[in-house]
Design a protein around this ligand. Sequence first.
Ligand code: GCB
Length: 674
Amino acid sequence: MHLKIRLKCRKYEIWAIWLFSFVSGLFLLHFSIALILINKEVPQSRGMLYPRESETREVRSLDGIWNFVRSDQANPTQGVREEWYSKDLSKSRPTIPMPVPASYNDITTDNLRDHVGTVWYDRKFFAPRSWAVDQRVWLRFGSVHYEAYVWVNGQKVVKHEIGHLPFEAEVTHLLKYGAENRITVMCDNALIQTTVPQGRITELPNDEGMTIVQSYTFDFFNYAGIHRSVHLYTTPKTFIEEVVVTTNLSKDNVGGEVVYSVKFNGSAVNEADNALYVRAQLYDREGKLVANGTSDAQLSGSLQVDNVNPWWPYLMHPEPGYLYQLEVKLHASNDELLDVYRLKVGVRTLSWSNATFQINGRPVYFRGFGRHEDADVRGKGLDNALMVRDFNLLKWIGANAYRTSHYPYSEESMQFADEHGIMIVDECPSVDAENYNQELLGKHKSSLEQLIHRDRNHPSVVMWSIANEPRTREMNADSYFQLVANLTRSLDKTRPITAAIATPWTDDKAGRFLDIISFNRYNAWYSNTGRLDMVTKKVVEEAVAWNKQYNKPVIMAEYGADTLEGLHLQPAYVWSEEFQTEVFARHFKAFDILRKKGWFIGEFVWNFADFKTAQSYTRVGGNKKGVFTRARQPKASAHLLRKRYFALARELDDSSFPEDLFTYIADMGKTENA
Ligand code: GCB
């Protein structure tokens, strides 16, 4: 059998052991790849509120050192067939210690880095006796890349495909209370033509015979493993399952409104009585109650806030990132308190036209970055130290936005962006999409559904990016992106849609389905390498062409140059710090010409920091287009960019310069009158 089909079958085979009939349905689907794309419903996510303690909920972290086994690459389903999940992994195979959360790739000194296929994790934990009474217990993963299968005490719990997104399952009936329990996870990193993102697996001869090789066209390392925190949390039997919040402002930004809608899970306390209700209370930063109310019978309602402090982006207001705390209390009709959940809320409005994007009625100009979740050793594993450092650097450099290129970032970083007033262009994991097919479409749509479900309440999220550099000249690209954009709009009408496009505007078939056009281009790098005299005019011409084509606001979502820190060459020469600085300056000139046209709304440098990629002769230890090194230290270009971003903030938002922005050079005649 052809390898790709075998792999496909393999993925199904694992699940087949659990659910044969369901799998056979999918199997048929695989062989009926049609050219005509059909709009099928996507599964709706449920629950998944970020785990938070309250008077009715407990949260336990399962982060730490887990036991780890890699499967034999040639025999990836062996562990499922031999039921490794039914006992401690160490009874089936020798285990090694593996940190969670972290990518497993760079932890060991052998070739685990390039492993293709399944790996296994397990660990033990205690479930306290107190959890046995009147509670439900949930097991939640922040993200496992790419496909995860989970067992508790040898019983199947949940399967999830697509990395970078949370998933959870109830484990109340599987736990042993007041005793030790075991959790087992199998994770598969294989990317094929129907995964999001896509990849290819081929079988190639090597010195020992044949070997499996994973390839992909996207430009970041396919890190894998349990990337974000694992939590156990409890809820009451009847609990708050969903909270959706939207906000409005009066024209003068003085009156605010918080509109909420709650879903519960469980049965009403008195059988005769289905009339649960919600008490909602809003507290300001100082903990003062500013609004409260009771929901209607559908558990929806709205709170009015006088003299509201709107949520503003960084440098657009002296007090950016203002958050209120919304306290949601679910009551039975006899007033018994059933559940309490609290979340942060920013009160702001978004609006857009064919020329501008506005927040709270004021036009926004984006000054930002494309980024990656990437670091030495931990790969894509959640790392609070790195996250806080990155936000310090974003603020130091005067950025007000970033795109979560090329996948959803951690929930913790989304909360941090809310607090610091950093605007997020929230991107789903579709990167370099091609060979459009029905199965890919289903997963792509599902990734957006899961992303919007997860991030819809964040004030920092101001735009959805439905793809990075899809091959939008391909035959099916228009119907494919129409369906993806329609789904996105149907799930959230409060935010505009974009995609970062690299196909030339002359051939693009997706832009007409977007609200904002973002384009990626590497003048003087991939085209006309080294020619600094061929940047400004080309950037202006291309942005103008995109705008003419679609009559929509335009953003340059990627530009930049690989730069080896410490390499200095004058006059500027590719890979040197001088070259990156000059490339930026030539772009700044183009952006200033474009800003005057009224529809150019933002500039995003590629990339915030250097990051790891697959091995290639164009990458020296990874992609070096960072303004910061992988260790998060500035290159020369960072100092230039900082001056530009603060100059823009002063010109457009009236903010002041940080004292250390300009280094003292000479008196310049200023002391005369001092
Ligand atoms: C792009 C991609 C990004 C790459 C970048 C580059 O267009 O969107 O993922 O890393 O170019 O440096 O080649």
